[in-house]
Design a protein. Structure first.
Length: 122
């Protein structure tokens, strides 16, 4: 296929500036992403969940893959305000599913994850 036969496909922004001064580029206003303040009770629940997940990850009965999933969730739990709301929600959903599959040992994590999901989704 020659260059003349290829479709004109563009990914991302395309900007053309004709003249002017003090051009600063593109400003995307997609709303707040990370860094937003969380209500104190929500931040406290994330902190408690981080402590529970840290302890759960030390459980020698867990499979290595489960411990790895718990460890990967910790950055979001430790700094939830710095994360996008969708990432916080996805992390809580992952933890709730994992905790449910782990049974009684993970009951505190399941309870906290479900409580947080109710708070941030409703």
């Amino acid at each position: 296929m020659s260059d003349n036969e290829r479709p004109n496909v563009q990914y991302g922004d395309r900007v053309t500036i004709h003249g002017g001064s003090n051009n600063v580029g593109i400003q995307h206003n997609n709303g707040p992403v990370g860094g937003e303040a969380l209500p104190p009770e929500v931040a406290a629940l994330f902190s408690r969940l981080a402590d529970v997940v840290t302890e759960l990850a030390r459980d020698g009965r867990l499979r290595e893959a489960d411990r790895q999933s718990l460890a990967e969730a910790l950055p979001v739990l430790n700094s939830p305000a710095a994360e996008e709301p969708g990432r916080r929600r996805n992390t809580l959903l992952l933890l709730a599913g994992l905790a449910q599959s782990l049974g009684e040992a993970a009951a505190p994590a399941l309870g906290l994850a479900n409580q947080l999901l109710a708070l941030i989704s409703g």
